[in-house]
Structure formats: structure tokens, C-alpha cells
Design a binder for this molecule. Structure first.
Ligand SMILES: [Zn+2]
Length: 168
């Protein structure tokens, strides 16, 4: 009798993979962050990535990291987590948020107020910055479960010409 596969992705790894896939939509030349919001039945409720607000052309608004605030992306970009919350057609209360980078303090406020109960993240590379310290302080005070993935998920995504494509 054949054995079933045992090295499958866990749910947490699978949804982190979806967050990574969503990040590939980002136009940001330096940082691509993806997020996915999932309910207690493992149903995807929403996804998001970092980008300019609707109507704010990503060809016109700046992507720079340095210079006067109005010349940088920081004044304008909507983070992946906030986009995932705002894009959702359904309430996200009680859900888990998957995000490739630990949320900033502004996203933490939205995550708490939206009622998300668990955050699964991968990178914590800004953990010693004031904004991340503030974020962690609020998320902990709000009783949100914080889980760093032990295994990272690496996607190898490739765009190729569809050999079966026929123009209609
Ligand atoms: Zn943020």
C-alpha cells in the first residue's frame, strides 16, 4: 500500500506561501511585502501587498526611500496588512493574518481594531526600531497571538509563454 505524503506544507506554511505570491504584485523596487487573512476554517478571506492607494498612479508617486518626506514612498504607500484588511469583503475579526514581515505600528493599530486574533510572520528584521517596538507593545497588550514561522517558504515563480496559447 502506498504511504501518503508526509512532507506537505502545514497550513501556516501554505498561507505564508500565498502571502509571498501576493508580494510579487508589489511595484516597490526595494521591499515587497505580502499578506493573507484566513479564517478559522482555513478559508482565505483577503490578500494584500504594499502599494499606492487607488487613483494614486504608481508611475507618478515616488518610490524613493531617501529625501524629503514628500519625495519618499513613506508618505503614500499602503502596507500589505492594511490593504488586506481594507480589501476584505468579509469581517476579519477572529481571523489569522499571514505577513512576510512583522507589522509596523500603524498596521498594528488597524490589525487590533479589525479584531484579528493571530499573526503569523516570517521576518522580524526591524525588531529593534521604535515603530516595531511600539507595534509589538500594542499587539501584546491586545492579546494577539504572535507566531514566527520556524520554516520559511521560498517560492520559485516563473512566467513562461503558454505553449498552448491560441489567439482568438
Ligand atoms: Zn505597516
Amino acid at each position: 500500500m502506498e504511504e501518503k505524503r508526509k512532507d506537505v506544507l502545514t497550513w501556516d506554511e501554505y498561507f505564508m506561501g500565498l502571502a509571498h505570491l501576493s508580494a510579487l504584485r508589489s511595484k516597490d523596487p526595494n521591499t515587497q511585502v505580502g499578506a493573507a487573512i484566513v479564517d478559522e476554517n482555513h478559508r482565505v478571506v483577503s490578500v494584500g501587498y504594499n502599494g499606492m492607494p487607488k487613483g494614486c498612479s504608481d508611475d507618478v508617486f515616488p518610490w524613493s526611500r531617501e529625501g524629503a518626506i514628500l519625495q519618499t514612498k513613506y508618505a503614500f504607500v499602503v502596507h500589505a496588512e492594511l490593504n488586506a484588511i481594507l480589501n476584505s469583503k468579509y469581517p476579519v475579526s477572529g481571523c489569522t493574518l499571514y505577513v512576510s514581515l512583522f507589522p509596523c505600528n500603524e498596521c498594528a493599530k488597524a490589525i487590533i481594531q479589525a479584531g484579528i486574533r493571530r499573526i503569523v510572520y516570517e521576518s522580524d528584521k526591524y525588531q529593534n526600531t521604535d515603530t516595531t517596538i511600539a507595534s509589538r507593545r500594542m499587539l501584546k497588550a491586545a492579546g494577539i497571538e504572535l507566531v514566527q514561522l520556524e520554516n520559511t517558504v521560498v517560492l520559485h515563480v516563473e512566467k513562461v509563454c503558454n505553449p498552448e496559447y491560441r489567439e482568438n
